[in-house]
Design a protein around this ligand. Structure first.
Ligand SMILES: [Zn+2]
Length: 149
């Protein structure tokens, strides 16, 4: 399975996350950890649209400490969206509510997402397009704008 693809013209809202100060101390030797890598993630937020999240990852500076192999990631990233998902919690809950409380069918939910959010990647509304997607979904703007009004 390939990685999710976004329309190259997509405008992302930038968001940078860093572990909290209190979380930055090594659990084994209590040294202050340092940022050694950035993790990029692009997701679709129900209220904000496409978001580019940069999470700073930290670990212990002592190579011999077991904390050197442990990653300290920002907790705020988990509050944004489920791990490995391209949608935020709000859209996740919106879909779950339609599916299980209102008994909408999956095609009905996909159709509503297509009509409501213009910039959403095609692989979210149609997982079959995940592997062979050369075209980007762009619904008629009149339908999308009339639904938002
Ligand atoms: Zn350590």
């Amino acid at each position: 399975m390939g990685s999710p693809r976004w329309n190259p013209d997509t405008q992302f809202k930038e968001l940078e996350l860093e572990p909290e100060f209190d979380d930055r101390f090594c659990a084994h030797c209590e040294r202050f950890t340092y940022i050694y890598e950035h993790r990029d993630r692009r997701l679709f937020a129900k209220d904000d649209g496409p978001v580019h999240v940069v999470s700073k990852l930290a670990h212990c500076p002592d190579i011999d400490c077991p904390g050197h192999a442990e990653v300290i990631a920002p907790i705020a990233e988990m509050n944004l969206s489920p791990p490995h998902w391209m949608i935020d919690w709000k859209l996740f809950l919106w879909m779950g509510h339609r599916r299980f409380a209102r008994s909408w069918s999956v095609p009905q939910i996909r159709s509503e997402i297509k009509d409501s959010w213009v910039q959403i990647p095609v692989c979210i509304v149609d997982p079959r397009s995940y592997m062979a997607s050369s075209t980007w979904f762009t619904p008629p703007t009149s339908v999308a704008s009339s639904r938002r009004a």
